[in-house]
Design a protein around this ligand. Structure first.
Ligand code: HEM
Length: 324
């Protein structure tokens, strides 16, 4: 395993930057009215639950990132709030819709082993089953050599090392929450018969990379509506703005639903939102991302990822009620 550099603060972050794992479970829950105290207690103990499950098979590299939705933040921690936390904004570009769906907490569980991911999901939800409704649960896996179910290697252009740290962790711009992150998730279903009915050349044009080799198509030859073109964005300083993705595959032969669970971490959720706007509303010569002709987003959520220190002891950041 390789190590990433430290985040830009003394606070210990959650395990946002993990090497790609073969197994993941994504659980989104809503919190029942009146359960706020129970959830605050639960968040304080979450680190212990991850340790208890993970320690039994250290080599499996079990991790869990917990995200908190905008509305739940206000219910749990009225007062200080992360500067860029807001609900996921629905996008409607003609036939292409990115819906915003309910969700108060996100658990992004990763491991080398399916049994570990499953056990952690089970133990976490066991603790809060009276307090929450599980609104989405996806058991996902990595497909062959880091491919998505469309057959393309997925994750190649992710930033690494210090660039990854700078891309995902809040820094001095929001000092109370330095070391935190923002995460966007969307569950996509693919029309695989339609995708497989076009040629590999057309598929490559849709993505912007070669299918077998994963080599990028030269910029001059990329289609304006290719996925890579629309997701390559630059900030006001002319520098490329990056997110860290960890898409996973899921599917059911019974229902015929096959999909991609998209997950993207960023220090500023506006970066991910700009990518989504390009994909769904179009940009330049493109009316929409070609990938969307074969993909339907069925969920959408934006969550704040506090530091592990915050989860353990929110008062260390927010102050106790008497002090504030
Ligand atoms: C690149 C697949 C959704 C952002 C890629 C690549 C593939 C891919 C195969 C090329 C290899 C790589 O660099 O990873 C998918 C699939 C999606 C999906 C199957 C679900 C339908 C999204 C969404 C976003 C996004 C919703 C952003 C909100 C990006 C970015 C890149 C990328 C930033 C790298 C662009 C670059 O700098 O080269 N994706 N993606 N993707 N995708 Fe996606």
């Amino acid at each position: 395993t390789f190590q990433y550099a430290s985040p830009p603060s003394a606070a210990s972050p959650q395990h946002v930057l993990e090497p790609p794992a073969p197994s993941a479970v994504f659980v989104v829950v809503t919190v029942k009215p009146g359960a706020e105290d129970a959830i605050r207690d639960f968040l304080g103990g979450i680190g212990g639950v991850i340790r208890a499950v993970g320690f039994r098979a250290k080599a499996a590299g079990l991790s869990c990132v917990t995200g908190i939705g905008s509305d739940l933040w206000d219910r749990l921690f009225p007062g200080k709030r992360p500067a860029k936390l807001h609900p996921f904004k629905e996008l409607r570009g003609g036939a292409n819709v990115a819906p915003s769906t309910p969700g108060d907490l996100l658990f992004h569980i990763r491991s080398q082993r399916t049994d570990m991911s499953f056990e952690l999901a089970r133990q976490l939800i066991n603790q809060i089953s009276e307090s929450v409704d599980v609104v989405d649960e996806v058991h996902a896996f990595r497909y062959f050599d880091q491919r998505d179910i469309l057959g393309f290697v997925d994750g190649t252009a992710n930033p690494e090392d210090q660039l990854a740290v700078d891309s995902v962790f809040v820094g001095d711009e929001d000092p109370d929450f330095a070391g935190s992150s923002y995460v966007v998730v969307q569950k996509y279903l693919h029309d695989l018969p339609k995708w497989n009915s076009i040629t590999v050349e057309e598929q490559q044009a849709a993505i912007g990379r070669h299918k077998l080799s994963d080599i990028e198509i030269p910029d001059a030859d990329k289609a304006p509506d290719s996925h890579v073109i629309l997701n390559t964005i630059t900030g006001p300083d002319g520098k490329e703005q990056k997110i860290v993705r960890d898409n996973m595959v899921f599917g059911s032969v019974e229902s015929g639903d096959f999909g991609t669970y998209f997950i993207g971490y960023a220090a500023d959720p506006a970066v991910t939102e700009t990518m989504l706007e390009h994909m769904f509303l179009g940009h330049g010569d493109a009316t929409h991302d070609r990938i969307l002709d074969f993909s339907t987003a069925v969920t959408g959520g934006l969550f704040f990822v506090p530091t592990q220190d915050f989860l353990d002891d929110p008062a260390s950041v927010l102050g106790t009620p008497n002090q504030s």
